[in-house]
Design a protein around this ligand. Structure first.
Ligand SMILES: Nc1nc2c(c(=O)[nH]1)N[C@H]1C(S)=C(S)[C@@H](COP(=O)(O)OP(=O)(O)OC[C@H]3O[C@@H](n4cnc5c(=O)[nH]c(N)nc54)[C@H](O)[C@@H]3O)O[C@H]1N2
Ligand SMILES: Nc1nc2c(c(=O)[nH]1)N[C@H]1C(S)=C(S)[C@@H](COP(=O)(O)OP(=O)(O)OC[C@H]3O[C@@H](n4cnc5c(=O)[nH]c(N)nc54)[C@H](O)[C@@H]3O)O[C@H]1N2
Ligand SMILES: [Mo]
Length: 598
């Protein structure tokens, strides 16, 4: 029978599943779906192992051991619900509903599961959660230029002359894009990957631009400099569909390839060649990953990249353009799902989810958080500043309920765990953020110049702003000289699938990639046990010494549950809960660290 992959991935694959005697026996890609084309990832092919995992939660559980130890006894649904009602009544009476905080994200992309808690917590008057952890920064940047989070259909890239995969490791994070890239390449397209390290995607490209992290806006501005200086422009398109070209032209004079080369870590001739290739015509397709937005300057970076196709008219070409996300292509009425009308007036306070650690440990707030209800997320693993998150979750007086399919690291801190069904056990409706099934509506103009950003005190024109936590921060680099990227790995989906012994084996072990020069200077050899330390904390990894990354840049792929890390601390011990320039999202990749032998 047919199903849909529920996980938080732009592909939203159409699946063919086989169930025999009540057990899932096989999952394959639907060959008849235009985007899936029969191809699915190595995680979901092993879905039977997840659905029938020994860590599945099958009955409500009550904690019997210390928080974090994962010692529970089974109880009935009635007992569990009675206990929640009793504890919450106490909290409502003593502290008010804002002392209760729901915490959820996109464990399931099913629209019913995703929004299931919203009406209930609105009616209760609980604190509201600002769900910023993933796309907010990128979307805010994109909107600043295009007015909406939309773009061209990925399938258009098949006819393009040039495909640029910019800050997206599609081979891991949205494999179906690689199917289209291969088709484009077979028809003669030149494929460029822009990424600070040689990802599996970069290995399949004609050209890999190994930029320094957080400098993409500078590179894009330099491309604009060349396009404008050499006249590779679609003047008709610019006239009809854009705002602010004169100011932009004046502004990008400062971003000559010579000036930008040392910032981005490429030579000027490479920048010029890339710009000329981009300017050769409108049949150029840029697929932008959300990865580039996970920096201090991430919003501005996305805004800047969104300007490029407007200069050459690629947005209007049937085989050109750019895509960050297809979210706005689906005209759903979210008020029906979210029910904001159920909220009390004035509406309850908002807690930014990337500040969970702060929210749980700052007891001076009025009221302090007394109860946390987690569903469709594993904050103990995925939130930045893990040390603070775990300190909060360990609070004896915090009443924590976790609604989960699997006994995750977060579930280990729960007072009560409630069992959740998987996508193969419930009905839901899925939309994708990487492909379209409905028409897109790009309205208004492409804003090279943005009054709205100027009013927010940000540069009105696309501008390269150095990272707060980057090489320009002399004080921090003295102690933490390496930039640490923390992108997805191949066999986990955020922290999901970390429960799987099979996929952990395939993934290997938690590793940190280091350039040979950086390793040598620290006396680190390939395979050595190392400690990675940031201003927030330290965790242990196995060193992989490789020229796949630049000098000064180290890479830790994937989120392992911390119970599977050598000293019980995960990658997000290193990351900061600082917010980016736009959208209130996290700067996961703007981390300075030092690596030493353990
Ligand atoms: N296998 C797997 N697939 C996944 C996920 C997963 O965890 N595992 N997560 C899913 C989720 S929730 C999301 S949001 C999506 C997309 O998640 P994204 O975070 O967009 O991940 P990628 O698309 O892989 O893009 C990350 C790439 O950006 C690069 N990058 C980091 N900093 C910079 C920079 O400054 N400049 C440039 N040019 N590149 C940079 C990284 O090196 C990495 O190769 O993936 C989804 N798919
Ligand atoms: N270091 C680092 N950290 C990151 C990132 C990174 O690239 N690097 N990426 C960030 C990004 S982009 C994202 S989106 C977040 C993702 O963070 P999360 O949304 O927390 O993602 P997962 O780790 O996949 O955890 C989802 C949980 O939901 C559960 N679940 C699935 N379906 C259901 C359901 O129907 N009901 C219930 N109740 N539970 C369900 C799963 O079992 C799983 O444990 O992580 C962020 N954290
Ligand atoms: Mo995400």
């Amino acid at each position: 029978m047919l199903s849909v992959c529920p996980h938080d991935c732009p592909s939203a694959c159409s699946l063919v599943v086989t169930v025999e005697d009540g057990r899932l026996t096989s999952v394959t890609g639907n060959p008849d779906h235009p985007f899936t084309q029969g191809v699915i990832c190595g995680k979901v092919r092993e879905y039977a192992e997840r659905v029938h995992s020994p860590l599945r939660v099958l009955t409500p559980l009550r904690r019997v051991g210390a928080k974090g130890r994962g010692e529970f006894e089974p109880i009935s649904w009635d007992e569990a619900i009675d206990e929640i009602a009793r504890r919450w009544r106490g909290i409502l009476g003593a502290d008010g509903a804002e002392a209760i905080l729901p915490f959820s994200y996109a464990g399931s992309m099913g629209q019913v599961q995703y929004y299931a808690g919203h009406p209930f917590f609105h009616a209760l008057g609980a604190s509201r959660l600002d769900r910023t952890i993933c796309v907010n920064t990128a979307y805010a940047g994109w909107r600043a230029t295009l007015g909406a989070v939309t773009g061209n259909d990925s399938e258009q890239m098949v006819g393009a002359d040039l495909v640029v995969l910019w800050g997206v490791n599609a081979a891991y994070s949205t494999i179906n894009v690689m199917t289209l890239v291969k088709q484009a390449r077979a028809r003669g397209a030149f494929v460029v990957v822009v990424d600070p390290y040689r990802t599996s995607t970069a290995q399949q490209a004609d050209l890999h631009l190994m930029v320094r992290p957080g400098t993409d806006a500078a590179l894009a501005l330099s491309v604009m400099h060349v396009l404008i200086a050499e006249g590779h422009l679609d003047r008709d398109y610019i006239e009809r569909a854009t705002l602010g070209i004169e100011r932009l032209a004046e502004h990008v004079k400062a971003y000559s390839p010579e000036a930008v080369a040392p910032i981005v870590g490429l030579d000027a001739a490479t920048i010029v060649r890339f710009a000329r290739r981009y300017g050769a015509g409108p049949r150029t397709f840029i697929r932008i990953g959300i990865g580039i937005s996970r920096h201090d300057n991430g919003g501005m970076t996305c805004r800047t990249l969104a300007c490029l196709p407007a200069l050459t008219g690629a947005y209007a070409d049937p085989h050109g353009g750019a895509l960050l996300s297809s979210t706005a292509g689906f005209g759903f009425d979210y008020a029906v799902l979210e029910r904001p009308d159920l909220m009390p007036t004035p509406p309850p306070r908002i807690v930014n989810m990337i500040h969970l650690g702060r929210a749980l440990t700052d007891l001076r707030q009025a009221p302090a958080i007394r109860s946390l209800y987690v569903y469709s997320s594993n904050p103990a693993a995925v939130c930045p500043n893990q040390t603070l998150v775990l300190a909060g979750l360990a609070r004896e007086d915090l009443f924590t309920v976790v609604h989960e399919q699997i006994l995750t690291d977060t579930a280990f801190y729960a007072d009560l765990v409630l069992p959740a069904t998987t996508s193969l056990e419930h009905l839901d409706l899925y939309r994708s953020y990487g492909q379209f099934t409905l028409q897109l509506a790009p309205s208004g103009k492409v804003e090279f110049y943005s009054e709205r950003l100027a009013r927010q005190g940000l540069p009105a024109l696309p501008t390269y702003v150095p990272l707060d936590e980057g090489p320009e921060n002399r004080e921090l680099t003295a102690r933490y000289p390496l930039q640490c990227l923390v992108p997805p790995n191949r066999f986990f989906l955020n922290s999901s699938f970390s429960q799987s012994a099979l996929l952990r084996r395939r993934q290997g072990t938690p590793t940190v990639m280091l350039a040979p020069e950086d390793a040598e200077r620290r006396g680190i050899v390939d395979g050595a046990a190392v400690t990675v330390e940031s201003p927030r904390g330290a965790a242990r990894f196995t060193a992989r010494v490789t020229d796949a990354t630049r000098r000064g840049v180290v890479v830790i792929e994937g989120i392992w549950w911390h119970r599977f890390q050598p000293d019980g601390r995960g990658v997000n011990v290193l990351t900061s809960d600082r917010v980016t320039d736009l959208g209130g999202g996290p700067a996961f990749h703007s981390n300075l660290v030092e690596v030493s032998r353990a």
